[in-house]
Design a protein around this ligand. Structure first.
Ligand code: PMP
Length: 631
């Protein structure tokens, strides 16, 4: 099979590649569905129940069919555990031998990711896949001393151990890909350095793997390659400044899998209606979809009741709701609220506004030089006036994971209520609210692969039902006269007016996607990636890591000697690498470290060691050019 058209970079023309890919996949077991078949399939996936022909108000939510939940229309229930870090695409899981039939997007060879070659992913091997793919001449590093990831890494062993836990935590019987492809169950190809194509050969019988002079076989991605996870996210195929986009700004917002985009699209094409209010079919469909999403959220964070899940705009709105409702109702002059030094402005300013209005005092838990909560100091802040502790589960500026369980227990022991800000935790670790037991928990959909403009306030049911509404209007009332209004209980009480129905449904789909991979595997994979990134960043001369807690998630904040953070951000952007620079809406914690801003790469499960290598390569290049210009 020859490629006829090469573009100016010497890479094959995309449409040519697509043609070849389609030929390949036609001969793959089961073939590949065409586009019209796909949309038909999507439609069928979301087939509605029609038992509910009439929607009759919030009080009757219990009657609404749980079709979407029970039938698990997306087919997610089939596989309990999946494979972040093992290289299996979630969409490949349900069809380990069919190769992503659910989503043709995931099946197309994607030249963007590889610049024409499948990277031999090498977490822990100490070898960089990006070396094969990147044009290092660009950065004057052709005759460079070896960069850290080109040589054997001292932490290689450590990383191997971390990643091998993925196997030991989940029995191999729960990892269908491993046995299905005859891979050594105690290791992953990216640890052994074995060529993933050989597994592809097992799947496709080798017939489609023929090398040609242009190395076209490299485009064939085996279904268990971690890069297939990337393929579920259409935006990751973008090119920025001529380079494949590397998204390392996940703490600001996460990208959306196609499944979420399709689900929202489907809502507007087949379900759109206001909820709870009409006696027609579409009202039933939209109400079903909306309430099914609420249920998914409940299970995702293990809340005790679906009534404890209130849809809001995001974390910021949720905190403001608690401040303006519970806070305004329950806090009085002289009362105290404890926050930590790590907080995002969204968990500072609403309390300051309330404090100014009601004469309250804000007290701050200090952190040590690594950015860890000082528990002894925290213990000293409690007194009889302490009414609320509001703190983050994971710091968005430093990545510190706070000892939430212990801090919540300490607050409760002192008679205070707790709000836990989960904006940066839900996408990286399991959140079990019945175990953690906060009184309130808040997060944003867009940080967990869902849409913007939708988020969640969890509140303990009895507390929510004792709280005054914060907005009045339709949807939240049982009965209205000019003299008196009776409110619904939660969640309706806090959902006045028409909410963001479609995006709530999209959030439900995002949760399905995360569940399909498995949050524990995501956590372990990302931990390995964080160790990998931390060690490489430490080896960049003049780089100061900001936030070095023992327990961290996702975030790798730093400054680079001799460069402003904006300069670093711009240089990274030239290479298609997106990071956030600035104060990250967390000025108090940066000032604790004597800084006004940092560069902040932040990881998600679709990132790879190659992404980290690309980041580190730019930093080394900046430093080596700087050194040269000094002489
Ligand atoms: N808290 C934390 C810890 C955050 O990281 C963020 C977002 N950066 C927020 C609150 C605010 O979230 P949103 O802007 O989605 O309301």
């Amino acid at each position: 099979m020859d490629i006829e058209n090469l573009n100016t970079n010497g890479f094959p023309d995309e449409s040519e590649l697509e043609k070849i890919a389609n030929q390949l996949f036609k001969s793959a077991p089961g073939g590949l569905q065409n586009n019209s078949g796909f949309s038909e399939q999507v439609h069928n996936q979301y087939e509605h129940n029609d038992t509910l022909k009439q929607s009759d108000g919030v009080n009757d939510l219990g009657k609404i069919s749980q079709n979407l939940v029970n039938n698990n229309n997306l087919g997610f229930g089939k596989v309990t555990k999946s494979v972040a870090g093992s290289g299996i695409s979630p969409s490949a899981i349900n069809h380990p031998s069919d190769f992503s039939l659910e989503d043709p997007q995931t099946s197309l060879p994607d030249p963007h990711f590889y610049n024409g070659q499948i990277p031999k992913s090498v977490a822990g091997s100490g070898k960089s896949p990006s070396l094969q793919n990147q044009d290092l001449t660009h950065g004057n590093v052709t005759s460079h001393n070896k960069l850290p990831f080109e040589t054997e890494q001292p932490f290689e062993h450590e990383l191997k151990e971390v990643l091998s836990q993925i196997n030991s935590t989940f029995p191999s019987s729960q990892l269908p890909h491993v046995s299905a492809f005859g891979i050594n169950e105690n290791s992953y190809y990216f640890l052994t350095g074995q060529n993933p194509l050989q597994y592809g050969n097992q799947l496709f019988g080798g017939a489609n793997q023929n090398q040609n002079t242009h190395g076209i076989s490299s485009y064939v991605k085996p279904p268990f390659d971690i890069n297939l996870v990337k393929a579920d996210f259409p935006i990751l195929k973008e090119r920025v400044n001529g380079k494949p986009l590397i998204w390392l700004d996940n703490a600001a917002t996460t990208q959306k899998p196609k499944l979420v985009i399709d689900r929202i699209n489907h809502f507007y094409e087949h379900e759109n209606s206001n909820i709870h209010r009409a006696a027609h079919e579409l009202a039933a469909r939209s109400t079903d979809a909306y309430e099914a999403a609420r249920k998914k959220v409940q299970h995702f964070i293990n809340a005790g009741s679906v009534n404890e899940i209130v849809f809001v705009r995001g974390t910021t709105e949720a905190i403001n709701l608690v401040a303006q409702s519970w806070g305004d109702q329950n806090l009085n002059t002289g009362d105290e609220i404890i926050v930590s030094n790590l907080e995002h402005h969204a968990n500072i300013v609403p309390w300051q506004i309330l404090a100014a209005k009601k004469g309250l005092k804000l007290r701050v838990i200090p952190v040590d030089d690594d950015g860890q909560i000082l528990l002894d100091e925290y213990a000293k802040l409690f007194n009889s006036k302490t009414k609320l502790v509001s703190f983050t589960h994971v710091s968005n500026a430093l990545g510190t994971v706070t000892p939430a369980q212990q801090m919540i227990e300490m607050a409760h022991a002192n008679g205070a209520k707790v709000l836990l800000d989960g904006a940066q935790s839900v996408s990286h670790m399991r959140v079990d609210l019945q175990k953690l037991n906060p009184d309130f928990f808040v997060f944003s959909g867009h940080k967990v692969f869902g849409p913007t403009g939708i988020g969640v306030l969890y509140g303990r049911e009895e507390i929510l039902n004792s709280m005054q509404p914060w907005q009045g209007g339709g949807n939240m009332i049982k009965d209205v006269t000019f003299e008196h209004t009776e409110y619904h209980n939660a969640p309706g009480r806090f959902e006045a007016g028409t909410g963001n129905i479609a995006d709530a449904v999209g959030l439900g789909a995002a949760i399905d996607y995360v569940n399909k991979i498995g949050i524990d595997l995501i956590n372990q994979y990302e931990h390995g990636l964080l160790v990998y990134g931390t060690n490489l960043l430490k080896q960049v001369p003049g780089l100061r890591l900001v936030g070095t807690a023992a327990d961290k998630a996702s975030v790798l904040s730093f400054t680079l000697d001799g460069f402003t953070n904006d300069q670093v951000g711009q240089e990274l952007n030239k290479e298609g690498i997106a990071v956030r620079t600035g104060h990250h809406c967390a000025q108090p914690i940066l000032r604790r470290f004597g800084l006004e801003s940092t560069v902040r790469p932040s990881l998600a499960f679709y990132n790879t060691c190659a992404d980290v290598d690309a980041l580190v390569t730019v930093l080394h290049r900046l430093k080596s050019n700087q050194k040269r210009s000094l002489f």
